[in-house]
Design a protein around this ligand. Structure first.
Ligand SMILES: Nc1ncnc2c1ncn2[C@@H]1O[C@H](COP(=O)(O)OP(=O)(O)O)[C@@H](O)[C@H]1O
Ligand SMILES: [Mg+2]
Length: 280
């Protein structure tokens, strides 16, 4: 699969109308297709705001002072119709409760497809396909309140994936999930990228959970991009990292050992890397 630029921020800044200060300032980013990009940074640094700018909620739903451009799959978000954006980008909110509101799982998945104006036959096929992929076929008739958090998360994801977006945006998708369900969720996300060619941007605090799948790690601090590289390069012991970032334990250990002259073939971003380094 060829890799091309899918999202570009050009000197983008944004201030919410209700605030005096800019939340994002002079953002320049290029995000490639067929990659998993992790977006990290302390609470309040502007991660959700950046996602809103990709999916068009900024400037369509949140008003404010907007400068520069955000270009997604060739369209300028500022001038684009929501429907045009929705065909390209799927967005799963931090809390799936805000996303599933129909009276059954099946109806919920149908909702977005009906909004795209697809024929009933196609809608039915897409619903059954995505329920199989996400292992929720047995939940088709269940109401949202009958679902566990993990099942709600899968239902929200199903509604978005059924629309077959090129780009999938996830805002802290595992925050309500227990560790095992969160790991399964990440395996699924990885499969969507590697097997279906989907491009994925994920905001996640638990870096230990996501870094092994990440092609890129973007770190925001106080509305500015301070790192944008492979996770290995971001965490290289020769570089400073912001103290508020929840760095995986194996990475902390690597940084301390490397500073104390222990030799590593490359920076460690997870337990598997550390084991490889120690056993070499
Ligand atoms: N709708 C809004 N109106 C005004 N300020 C907002 C709005 N949403 C977020 N903010 C502010 O913008 C800053 C960044 O928020 P956010 O993008 O949610 O950060 P993060 O997702 O990294 O925690 C915070 O100070 C937050 O209070
Ligand atoms: Mg947020």
């Amino acid at each position: 699969m060829s890799v091309k630029e899918l999202i570009r921020f050009n000197n983008f800044s944004f201030r919410y109308n209700s605030r005096d200060d800019k939340i994002l300032e002079d953002i320049n980013l290029s995000i490639k297709s067929n990659e998993i990009t992790v977006l990290a940074g302390p609470t309040g640094c502007g991660k959700s705001t950046l996602l809103r700018a990709i999916v068009g909620l900024i400037p369509n739903m949140y008003e404010g002072e907007y400068t520069g451009d955000v270009i997604v799959d060739g369209i300028k978000i500022r001038d684009a119709e929501i429907k045009e954006i929705a065909k390209r980008v799927g967005f799963v909110f931090q809390n799936p409760e805000n996303q599933i509101f129909m009276f059954s799982v099946e109806r919920d998945i149908a909702f977005g497809l009906e909004n795209l104006g697809l024929e009933q036959e196609i809608i039915k096929k897409r619903i059954s396909k995505i329920m199989k992929t996400l292992n929720i076929t047995h939940l088709a008739k269940k109401a949202p309140h009958e679902l566990s958090d993990g099942q709600k998360q899968r239902t929200a994801l199903a509604g978005v994936l059924a629309m077959e977006p090129k780009i999938l945006i996830l805002d802290e998708p595992t925050s309500l999930l227990d560790p095992k369900t969160a790991m399964e969720f990440m395996e699924l996300i990885n499969k969507l990228c590697k097997e279906e060619g989907m491009s994925i941007i994920i905001v996640e605090h638990r870096l230990d959970l996501v870094l092994k799948y990440a092609d890129k790690l973007i770190v925001l601090s106080e509305g500015k991009v301070i790192s944008d590289d492979t996770p290995e390069n971001v965490f290289d012991y020769k570089k400073d990292i912001i103290p508020e970032l929840s760095v995986p334990f194996s990475t902390k250990l690597y940084r301390e050992l490397a500073k104390n002259q222990m030799k590593f073939t490359k920076p460690v971003t997870g337990v598997e890397d550390m084991i490889r380094e120690v056993m070499k």
